[in-house]
Write a protein of this length. Structure first.
Length: 272
């Protein structure tokens, strides 16, 4: 029998939290989540959960209607959204991961709260082992320069955890992770591989247009046909789904060592 302090009705305002709950076998605790959670974790639909606003646009009335004993949200927040969550009166767990270590901590925290600490440890160990296995396969390979972006206008480099995954996949990450950067600065670094994983865009990034509009057609990545889109949820969801992103990165950076995977689209195959 569950102890009184273990949450049984969770409102998840962030896909990463929903994915983590699924990974540790506690998806049935979710009573409400966002439409983005359903996109990344479609199995949640079979539980008949309510659909609510996310961490950026949280709504008190929606949260209260779900009668939760825990709300989980994550950056980016608006001050008004945090206020809406707090006004609901439910316990609130706020996440703000930057690096892989933060993500492991979040998995441990969520799994511990829902009485699945052992499953959480297993998930973390599996992620770390998968990353280690990829790192070993590329230890003697060349290290192409890789620019990876999470948004196009303004141009923003992918988050620090993506930079870590690029390094593990045998690449050299270009630019300051998670910060705005100019197209000219990227061009001056002569990237060998360009990857776009725009938040909320799925795999629908106009690769041809961004190369053309940014005058990147003469860069090594464009000349060699190494401009890719990786599905948003594989790199921008700080959860176990990142391992799928790692394999997609490895396929883009070292195709001679890794097969092409689902979620990876090359410029030559994209609709520009």
């Amino acid at each position: 029998m569950l102890s009184d302090h273990t949450p049984r009705r969770v409102v998840s305002l962030q896909p990463s939290a929903t994915v983590i709950l699924a990974a540790v076998g506690k998806l049935d605790r979710v009573v409400a989540c966002t439409k983005y959670c359903v996109d990344v974790c479609p199995q949640i639909a079979r539980f008949g959960v309510a659909i609510v606003h996310d961490s950026w646009t949280a709504n008190t009335a929606q949260i209260i209607a779900a009668n939760p004993d825990l709300v989980i949200a994550a950056v980016p927040y608006q001050e008004t959204a945090v206020s809406e969550i707090l006004k609901s009166g439910a316990r609130f767990l706020g996440l703000a991961p930057k690096a892989l270590q933060d993500i492991y901590t979040d998995i441990a925290a969520i799994s511990g709260i829902v009485d699945a600490a052992g499953s959480g440890r297993n998930v973390i160990t599996k992620m770390q082992q998968d990353i280690s296995d990829v790192r070993k396969r590329v230890q003697h390979a060349s290290r192409p320069r890789v620019f990876c972006e999470e948004w196009g206008k303004p141009l923003i480099a992918s988050q620090p955890w993506v930079a870590e995954l690029v390094e593990a996949a045998g690449g050299e990450f270009i630019g300051p992770p998670g910060q705005q950067i100019s197209a000219d600065t990227v061009a001056s670094s002569s990237p060998d591989v360009i990857i776009a994983a725009w938040c909320g865009a799925g795999d629908q990034v106009p690769l041809g247009r961004i190369v053309r509009d940014r005058d990147w057609s003469k860069l090594p990545a464009a000349r060699e046909g190494r401009v890719f889109c990786i599905s948003d949820e594989l790199l921008n969801t700080p959860a176990p789904t990142l391992i799928g992103g790692l394999h997609a990165l490895a396929g883009a950076i070292h195709p001679e060592l890794f097969p092409q995977t689902d979620g990876l689209t090359c410029l030559a195959k994209s609709l520009s």
